[in-house]
Design a protein around this ligand. Structure first.
Ligand SMILES: [Zn+2]
Length: 262
């Protein structure tokens, strides 16, 4: 099935795709340093790759958000550009409302970046309440973490799973000659565990408190033969969860078979 990329479609075709399948997938990444071995667009490539694969499976519209997110802990390190929270939330709100005005009844926010999760979540709930359309949030990085954990993959900043995601997008962007073992103190490990607690936790506002190098993990785990299947594996698992969520929400599950050939 084709990917119905909003930027590549003439206007009447957009209307036709939405009329057949009133669903849009919007990717959320971030522009930020990922050490010396991965590009600053790592999260963008991961989010867009999975979002496109998901949109293709569903036969629905893929709507780029633009590469930026909010990423305060990386600000000041070269290549990092973070939107203010108000700018980021305003963009989500404007894009969502106009898609819904255009006939979209279900928005799927496909996220690959932890730092702005709460902002997306709060805007999603508001948009749903204001419009009556449904909004679903998919944290693809956590889905990937669950999929790859039994195989030794870990979700860390610029570590094994993120290296795999970049390899899937464009292997030439992975600088394997710069792989190394980042130095982490016991305090950094404790801070990381603390911020990831779901119960009582404080905040880490500079990534270098988690690792002097600004990243950690094991990029050597990522292999080209696994990267080939990355977007499809993650998108398939997101789709499985999505169908369960649709059922709970009482949304009619769209039939991709009727949404082919725009
Ligand atoms: Zn990342």
């Amino acid at each position: 099935m084709a990917v119905y990329d909003l930027l590549r479609l003439p206007s009447p075709d957009v209307r036709e795709v939405i009329a057949r399948m009133p669903v849009a997938v919007i990717p959320f990444g971030s522009v930020e340093q990922h050490g010396a071995h991965l590009p600053c667009g790592t999260d963008v490539f991961a989010a867009e790759g999975v979002a496109k694969a998901l949109a293709e499976k569903l036969g629905c519209l893929f709507v780029p958000f633009g590469p930026y997110g909010t990423t305060a802990p990386h600000v000041g390190l070269p290549g990092t550009i973070s939107l203010s929270r108000s700018t980021f939330e305003g963009l989500i709100r404007d894009i969502s409302h106009q898609l819904i005005d255009g006939g979209v009844k279900l928005l799927i926010m496909l996220n690959w970046h932890e730092a702005h999760s709460s902002a997306i979540q709060s805007v999603c709930a508001e948009v749903q309440k204001e419009t009556g359309a449904k909004v679903v949030l998919a944290h693809a990085h956590f889905v990937a973490q669950r999929i790859y954990a039994p195989e030794g993959g870990r979700l860390t900043h610029a570590g094994s799973i993120e290296t795999l995601a970049v390899m899937a997008h464009d292997p030439s962007l992975v600088h394997a000659d710069r792989f190394k073992t980042p130095h982490r103190t016991a305090k950094a490990e404790a801070l990381d565990a603390m911020r990831r607690s779901h119960e009582v936790y404080g905040f880490v506002t500079d990534v270098r408190d988690l690792s002097e190098d600004g990243w950690y993990g094991d990029p050597t785990w990522a292999k080209p033969e696994a990267a080939v299947h990355f977007t499809d594996r993650v998108a398939s698992e997101v789709a499985n969860r999505l169908f369960e969520v649709w059922e709970v929400l009482g949304v009619d599950r769209p039939n991709p078979a009727t949404a082919s050939a725009a």
